[in-house]
Write a protein that binds this ligand. Structure first.
Ligand code: G
Ligand code: G
Ligand code: MN
Ligand code: NA
Length: 254
């Protein structure tokens, strides 16, 4: 595993890159956005996945500059594609609790949007249930400020954390991302399918979108469509890919 010093150097040397995974509107099959996923292009070890460096980034506080870089890079890339004539797409970004709890978080999001020119409504911040369970005044204030700015909030890995339903009535959540553990078993297990169905219904009744993660097969796609799931992502559509490859997917989709 990498050390804090390695990470610091990697940031200075600009060794981080983003991969983009398309989010597809199920009924039309069109790409409506992407989730940005950070990777470390290590000079000796090759492409490293987040599990190899996010924990150290969080412990060391380097998640703050790294997170700001991810936000800026993803939003300026999306804005470039939009300016080039591609259909406006949503930008989904994973947000660690460490970033969210930082006192400058709201200001840095606001500054980043102004600098990149991306419309706030196109930004979706993915939060985990762990972040939301911490129901303090400051959590409330931060979420409200983001929503006032026009930014959307989604719950990542929904159903795998402390699934308290209380925060769904307290917070202005835009979408629920159904964890891939439920999706991967929904064709073979009635229980998983029931859970997926329940999450989609819950979302629908609360006027929240449902986004399925980890869709790998045509059967899962068909089953999600039948359950009126809104959007999906997963290897069935595309793995997370480089900016170049994502642009090609967008072109082919027009
Ligand atoms: O493809 P994948 O291995 O990239 O992602 C693994 C995990 O890493 C996911 O749970 C995702 O939430 C997290 N992750 C990916 N990119 C980022 C990022 O930019 N910031 C944070 N905080 N987490 C990320
Ligand atoms: O926790 P989060 O949802 O942010 O992480 C998404 C993770 O799931 C990333 O590691 C991403 O590479 C991975 N992923 C995306 N699509 C699929 C898929 O269809 N199958 C599997 N097994 N993993 C996927
Ligand atoms: Mn995510
Ligand atoms: Na997830």
């Amino acid at each position: 595993h990498a050390t804090e010093v390695d990470l610091r150097h990697a940031l200075e040397r600009r060794e981080f890159i983003l991969h983009y995974q398309p989010v597809v509107h199920l009924r039309s099959g069109k790409i409506v956005g992407f989730e940005a996923l950070v990777r470390w292009q290590h000079p000796e070890r090759g492409l490293l996945l987040p599990e190899e460096f996010i924990p150290i980034a969080e412990e060391s506080g380097l998640i703050l500059p790294l997170g700001r870089w991810v936000q800026h890079q993803a939003c300026s890339q999306a804005q470039k594609w939009i300016m080039a004539g591609l259909a406006p797409m949503t930008v989904a970004l994973n947000t660690s609790g460490f970033e969210f709890r930082n006192k400058d978080f709201v200001t840095s999001v606001r500054t980043m949007l102004a600098e990149t020119g991306l419309e706030p409504r196109l930004l979706e911040l993915e939060l985990t249930e762990t972040v939301l369970i911490n129901n303090t005044e400051s959590t409330q204030a931060v979420l409200s400020a983001l929503v006032e700015m026009g930014v959307k909030l989604t719950i990542d890995d929904f159903g795998t954390g402390y699934s308290s339903l209380r925060y769904l009535q307290q917070y202005p959540i835009y979408a629920l991302k159904i964890d891939q553990s439920f999706v991967s078993q929904m064709v073979s297990s009635e229980a998983s399918k029931s859970i997926v169905h329940a999450v989609i219904s819950l979302g629908s009744n609360l006027k929240m979108r449902a986004i399925a993660e980890g869709v790998e097969t045509a059967e899962q796609y068909a089953s999600l469509l039948a359950l009126h799931c809104d959007d999906a992502q997963g290897y069935f559509f595309s793995e997370p890919v480089t900016a170049e490859a994502f642009a090609a997917l967008l072109q082919a989709d027009m």
